[in-house]
Every structure is written in C-alpha cells, then in structure tokens.
Design a protein around this ligand. Sequence first.
Ligand code: GLN
Ligand code: ZN
Length: 761
Amino acid sequence: MASHIVGYPRMGPKRELKFALESFWDGKSSADDLQKVATDLRSSIWKQMSSAGIKYIPSNTFSYYDQVLDTTAMLGAVPPRYNWTGGEIGFDTYFSMARGNASVPAMEMTKWFDTNYHYIVPELGPNVKFSYASHKAVTEYNEAKALGVDTVPVLVGPVSYLLLSKPAKGVEKNFPLLSLLDKILPIYKEVIGELKAAGASWIQLDEPTLVKDLDAHQLQAFTQAYAELESSLSGINAIVETYFADVPSEAYKTVTGLKGISGIGFDLIRGARSLDLIKGGFPADKYLFAGVVDGRNIWANDLAASIATLSELEGIVGKDKLVVSTSCSLQHTAVDLVNETKFDNELKSWLAFAAQKIVEVNALAKALAGQKDEEFFSANAAALASRKSSPRVTNEAVQKAAAALRGSDHRRATNVSARLDAQQKKLNLPILPTTTIGSFPQTVELRRVRREYKAKKISEDDYVNAIKEEINKVVKLQEELDIDVLVHGEPERNDMVEYFGEQLSGFAFSVNGWVQSYGSRCVKPPIIYGDVSRPKAMTVFWSTMAQSMTSRPMKGMLTGPVTILNWSFVRNDQPRFETCYQIALAIKDEVEDLEKAGITVIQIDEAALREGLPLRKSEEAFYLDWAVHSFRITNCGVQDTTQIHTHMCYSNFNDIIHSIIDMDADVITIENSRSDEKLLSVFREGVKYGAGIGPGVYDIHSPRIPSSEEIADRINKMLAVLETNILWVNPDCGLKTRKYSEVKPALSNMVEACKLLRKQL
Ligand code: GLN
Ligand code: ZN
C-alpha cells in the first residue's frame, strides 16, 4: 500500500519564509539570501517526507507567493502593465504582479475556494501571448532528485486555471476563458515533456474546481483538455487531484472518464458522498488516491475509522490501486506540533499538524500492507478515547442549552422600524449619524504595553492605566471630531477573535500554529476543542470605563459567533452549527451584561459571515440559516431601546442580501468603498431595507486621505437610493492598521461632509 501527500505548507515551522520574504522586500537582504532560505525549507520538507516513508512526495508545492501566480508565470501570462519583455520570469516581475510596485498596482487577489488562503487572479483575454516562461516545476523536481528524493511535481490543472481566472481589463466581461485552452495546453505539454525527460514518473494536476457547480460546457472542457494531453501523458502517470468537497455526480462521471490519466484523488473528509460515488463504480485501470487525513484541520486522525474506510475502498479498487492520501494540500493546516511549547500533553495528543499528518498517512498505508505499528495505533485510540470522555471537552449544561436552540427561532419581539423609533427617542441622533467601526490605530507603544503585560513584565495596574489613557485619548479625539456614536478603540485587543477566544472556555491557542493567508501573511487560528462557555464578562469593564468618559453613546464592541467560528480551527466531533450555537450563547450573555451595565449601543461584528458560504449552491441555504440564526440568538433578548449594530467586511453582499436583512440588526455598517455601485444596485432594484445602514464612505486599506467633497459625493449617491433616515456615515472597516496622521484628517473630512449635507437636507 502506497502513501501520498497532496501538498505541504511552504512557510516553514517558524514562518522562516515569511521573514525571508519581508526582509528581501524591504531591501534588507539579497535575492540569494531569500533563495537560500527557500532551498533549505524545500530540502527539509522533502527529507522529512522521504524518511517518514511517503511514496508519492509532492514538489512544486513550494511558492514564493502563490501557486496560481506560479502557474501564470509558467504560462507567461504577465499582464502588459508590468512591462515584462520575455525570458524566464524573475523576482522583479513576479513580485510586481503579486504586490504591485511604485508605478503599477498588484493583480487582484481572491479567496481560494472556501479556505482562508488567497490566490492571485490571472487576467486573461484573446490577446494574451502565452509562452513557457517559468521552469520552476522542473527546477524543483531536479533539486529534489539531486537530494535523492524522487518527487511528484504538482501543477494547477489547465481547466481549473482558466476557471479561476478573470477577463483582463478591457476584455469583454463575458469573454469565454475556456476558449484559451488551446493556447495554454501546448505549454502544459512542454512542461510535461521536460518533466518526463528529467525522469519524473508521476505528475499531479490539481483540478479542485471539479467540486463546484459546473455546467455541461465546463465539464466538457475537462474531457477535451485531457484528451488533448493524452499523448504527452504517455510515459508518465498523471493524478488528477480534487479537494474541498465531493465532486458532484456529473463531474464524477467526467473525471473518471478522463483520458490519459492514471489516478484520481478525492477528499474523503469534506466529501461526504465521495465514498458512495466510488462504490457506484470506479475505473479498473486507475489508482484511487484516498484523502482520509484532513488537510484543513489540526485533529489527530481517527486511524481505526480510516482503516475501515480504506478497507472498504480496497474491496472496490483492489490493493494495488489504492493509495492513502491527505484530503487536500496540508498548506491549510499548521506546520509542526513539535514547536508547541504551551499545550499540555493531553491536548497535544488530540492534535496533528502537517508534520504529524505525514506520519499518520504513512502509518495507515503500512497497516493496510500488513505492517501495523501497534504502538502507534493504540496510542491514537487512547488519545481519541480521552478526547471523547474528557470533562474539558464536554459541558453538559452547554450541550443542553445549545440543543434546545435547534428547531426554534429567536427574534426580537418588536419589528425594526418600531425599535429604531424607540432608540431614536433615547439616543437623539442627528440625521446621517456618524460612527466608526471599532478599532483606532494600534501604535508601537500600545503593542509593547500589551506584550509586556502578557509577559508579566508590567503590573495589572500599570496595564489598566495605560489602556485607560489610550481609551481616553480616543474618546477625546472623537468628541473633538464631533462624531455621534463613539467607540473605545479596542486598544486591549490584538485580534478580534483571539481576544474573545482567550476568555472563553473550550479554546486553545498555539504558539506557532500559523497558516498562510496570502503572500507572506499568516494567521494563527484559535483551536476550539471543547464546549464553549463564558466564565465571566469579557468586555464590560472596558466598555463601561469608556462610557463613563463621555455623554455620547459608546458602542459596546463584540465579535459575532459566526466570525469566531469561521476564523478558528473547529472541532470535528460535532456539526459546525452546534459549535456556533454554543458561541452564540456565550456572546448573548455578554450582550445582556453590557445592556445591564448601561451600554445602549452594542456592535456585534460578523466580518466573516459571507466567508463561510459553502462551495455548492445546494448547501448555501442551510449554512445561511444557522449562521443568521446564531447571530440573532446573541441579541434577541435585548430591549427595544438597545441598538444592535453589526459590521461586515467586503463580501459580495448582493447574493446574500436577504440573509443580511434576516439578521435583523438595527444598524449594519459594511465595507463598500471599492464597490459602491454594486451594493447600491441592490437597493436600486427595489430590495427593501428598513434598518439603519452605513456603507463605508472611504477605503481604510489605503493611506490616501479622502476630501470632504469626495465623501459628500458618495453620500449623495447613497441618498439617491436609500432613505435619508436610515443612512449612517462611517469608514469601511476598523482603523487599526492606519496611522493617526491619516485617521484624523480623514475622519475630520467625513464629519465635515456630513454637516454640509445635513444643512442641505
Ligand atoms: N471592530 C473591528 C475593528 O474595528 C472590526 C474589524 C473587521 O471588520 N475586520 O477592527
Ligand atoms: Zn471590516
């Protein structure tokens, strides 16, 4: 029985690549320095897999920025604005595409399926001249070979590449991207030819778009493309790898019927129906790469359960044709548990990061081949049993309370327009009320104070005083600017999820559990391992302190349950909605404590609600239903006079506008400034929106300071489609990453624009 790994994290166990990249970009180190770090990382990963006993070891899953951008480089599809003049693409052109340079902006970046990884979107059109311009796949293959490791080079498959791209600027919006297949396949052939010549006997073509809702024409493109590649694939074995869900049955027919390929990979963790499809028939001449080890999470595999699945598959495809694999690339999980110094042994025994998953894959393959490592298996069984029965995991009261929520509805007693009236009587706000999203600039000094407090280098008193002083500064500034609804600025928070996770039970935090988000940027998701409860109030202390500094309303500031869920590693022993309901109950307690403490405006951020949307249309309604329900649970119990705000980051609201309305918040502020027209068109088309709404009036991601005329202009555009009495005025998102020298004038112009318009209305 053989073993296979779909892909491996490239950042390094301690984010070595991140630091090397950033130092290179800052001009502090040379290209050679960067290459040296990268070479060492690749070599250690290959050696690690090889000594673990993995048979099919991936190469070319390393990247200096992104694997889709690497493919763009391979195909020479550099947009003209980068002035590339041909030849092998070097760092200059590559990083200009990724990050922009002094004179041209970067290419667009977007989410990679439903992960938190972002890829660089290819910009294509009829005039793109494709050419073989990056030999990275071959170079990496040779590099591994020189180390004595025969690898499987991985390429983004040609059809997925096109389906993930967009028409370039100036190209018709509905330009048929798949019509470019004929132009890119010759380059794929060249690459495959070179890999064969270099000695590769296997190659992996990632075609994850096969799991999405594809139409007949798109499926046909797969059939065509692989028929076209058939002759160049002779003499080399190709795996078509799918992941992130099961492939729909039509796509299953397509992929199992592809010409020229030797194996197909399936995600058996997220792909609940894959097993049934395979049972329904699998081509006798093909290898099945069975993804039973989860690449998207951090839990130790249930080895006994995996053996059961694998044995069943063995009965269908035969011993020789079954390969044990990961569900997807391990780039979506943390790197190595070895560097976790803060977890206790029990918790550690429940977890497996990428390095541990390699060992699991190998152990499964060996066990199926009759060489079961009894010790490893029994340790795994013991760990699983301890997780199941641990009082750290199960909290009966929480389980009961969450179960009671199912099937019932939770809504505020009064409708939104009556509530807004009641709130206005109490708050007495001007028309076009102004507010901000929550955070104010986080200065170096502020970060130092938090760090020193955490490291117990300064006393609690000193810490509280420092934060208090900061809040006071932010409150005074907002009063000077004459903002109507204030925020405390979130100086005590490093991250909007971590801050709450650290105070809730059921959460654990790793030291090095980083996952690449884009380029050199990584996130360290909290790990939700147990039933979630709130031992004590989390924000009341700071919010009441802030409120006591001003007579204006001070927003209580919370992160919503769906966002906490979507930005964490979530337990796999109960459905996601169950965990979400538990978080919702904890946040509900916090909302009610804030209300009791006299906070009359409470914002519950759902920045990541849209992100959790499933990959397939048929599953969207179910997700939106429990996600929106979870949000309502947090605030259904407050009085009419308590105003509930929510905030959402940029996320294509148009297709989920009805769910947003169903959240039933009193006021929503949304990121919008890069897409005014798109958002406003929903309302122009007649969608009724009765609650307060604040589409951001300027982009906080840019250091540019908008003029008051420009802001007034945008507000006017909004007033053309929205009722005057529901419109709020605010920036796009939190101000955390900006400088005061940018924030002060920008907010001042925002308030000025408002005052001007109020006079005219
Ligand atoms: N309240 C948060 C802040 O202002 C919201 C951040 C976000 O939406 N990503 O930072
Ligand atoms: Zn935001």
